[in-house]
Design a binder for this molecule. Structure first.
Ligand code: NAD
Length: 357
């Protein structure tokens, strides 16, 4: 495998460029430490570019971005622009266009003081959520009839395909096996009310029969929200649909310390994949140098692991973990008293510590 990696970078809007700037400093440093090459190509797509050119993500740019080894994204979204236009035109375009069917969201607490739950520590919060990433209401099959009149009807279809459900469930069973933790896969759905989710129930049972070493568990989404607050230690590997995963992982992010630490990978195994913090562009904090960059640095960690640089990924995780355990970052919110740059500096300083991996 080549140790020269070409990374497409889309810093995007709001706090995106600031957190990406810090993550790229970390990427450059671990590349030197581990002796691999990295070339980054930065793309301007996002609100400013759209306002200047009316371009969202042209086909030629989509093709170019797709030819890289991986993509790093900051965040997309700006209140000056119609809701969803850029999010759909850039994030969803990449997720659907590259068929990134796995949205992988690790939920790991590194230090007890960052957890808002009473009497819960790192030994209680360590699970991973696999969110289906290409179907559900997000497929964009929607419409308005008699728009703007008192008789208006709005519809949006939830779609699930056998192929889409099966591949994400299979990925999750494999993941539960490699994690080698509780060897348990929990499926979260709402099959009692959203009857189309019977497809998930049946597929989970059928695919699960091929994995007798993995215990199968099932929660409805409402109960899962309760359990993750009450007993997060019950979860090991979780698989769920696009919308439930979207919501469940924001809740989960808070118990690992907040939006400032939660990262994700949008993955199609074996193909070019995209890594990003799970947070959005937080427009009111954009340009203020107060957003925490650790989520984006953790996204770089996931990206390096994906492209075959496991040691560099472990270095980053060790640096994040030891920094957070040291309590020098009192919180991961925007009012931590530390600037985006200062947190970046602290992670870089941790990277200089002897390797503990
Ligand atoms: N993948 C993406 O790019 C993505 C994801 C979610 C939302 N969005 C878009 O982002 C815009 C803003 O959405 P929102 O306000 O609902 O969600 P958001 O995640 O941008 O911000 C919500 C709150 O989370 C906190 N927060 C977020 N990132 C943080 C960080 N790095 N450090 C510390 N605190 C942080 C802030 O308190 C912020 O007000 C919208 O346009 C939305 O569509 C984009």
């Amino acid at each position: 495998m080549s140790r020269n990696h070409n990374i497409a970078v889309i810093p995007g809007d709001g706090i995106g460029p600031e957190v990406v700037r810090e993550a790229l400093r970390v990427l450059a440093r671990v590349a030197t430490q581990e002796g691999f090459g990295v070339q980054t190509t930065v793309y301007p797509f996002g609100a400013e570019h759209y306002l200047k050119t009316k371009e969202i993500l042209p086909e030629s740019a989509f093709d170019e971005v797709s030819k890289h080894d991986a993509i790093l994204l900051g965040a997309i979204g700006d209140p000056r622009i119609e809701v969803g236009l850029l999010e759909f035109g850039i994030i969803a375009r990449l997720r659907f266009g590259l068929d990134l069917y796995v949205n992988l969201r690790p939920v790991k607490l590194y230090a007890e003081h960052l957890c808002p739950l009473k009497d819960k520590g790192p030994e209680h919060v360590d699970f991973v959520v696999v969110r289906e990433n290409t179907e559900d209401a997000y497929a964009g099959m929607r419409g308005f009839f008699k728009k703007g009149t008192p008789d208006e009807i709005a519809t949006q279809e939830i779609i699930f395909t056998r192929k889409g459900v099966e591949r994400v469930i299979r990925y999750s069973f494999e993941l539960a096996r490699t994690r080698n933790k509780a060897k348990k896969l929990t499926m979260i759905d709402k099959a009692n009310a959203v009857r189309a989710m019977d497809l998930w129930t049946r597929t989970f049972a059928e695919v699960g029969a091929e994995y007798p070493d993995i215990a199968r568990e099932h929660n409805y989404i409402d109960a899962a929200c309760m359990y993750v607050v009450k007993n997060p230690e019950w979860f090991d590997t979780v698989v769920t649909s696009n919308m439930f995963g979207d919501i469940f992982t924001d809740l989960s992010a808070m118990i690992q310390g907040g939006m400032g630490v939660a990262a994700s990978g949008n993955i199609h195994p074996g193909r070019v994949s995209l890594f990003e913090p799970i947070h959005g562009s937080a427009p009111k904090y954009g340009g203020k140098n107060v957003a925490n960059p650790i989520a984006t640095i953790a996204a770089v960690q996931m990206m390096l692991d994906y492209i075959g640089e496991a040691r560099a990924a472990q270095r980053i995780e060790a640096a994040i973990a030891s920094l957070l355990r040291s309590k020098r970052v009192p919180s991961l919110a925007t009012d931590s008293g530390l600037s985006t740059t200062q947190v970046g500096d602290l992670v870089l300083a941790e990277l200089e510590q002897p390797v503990r991996v």
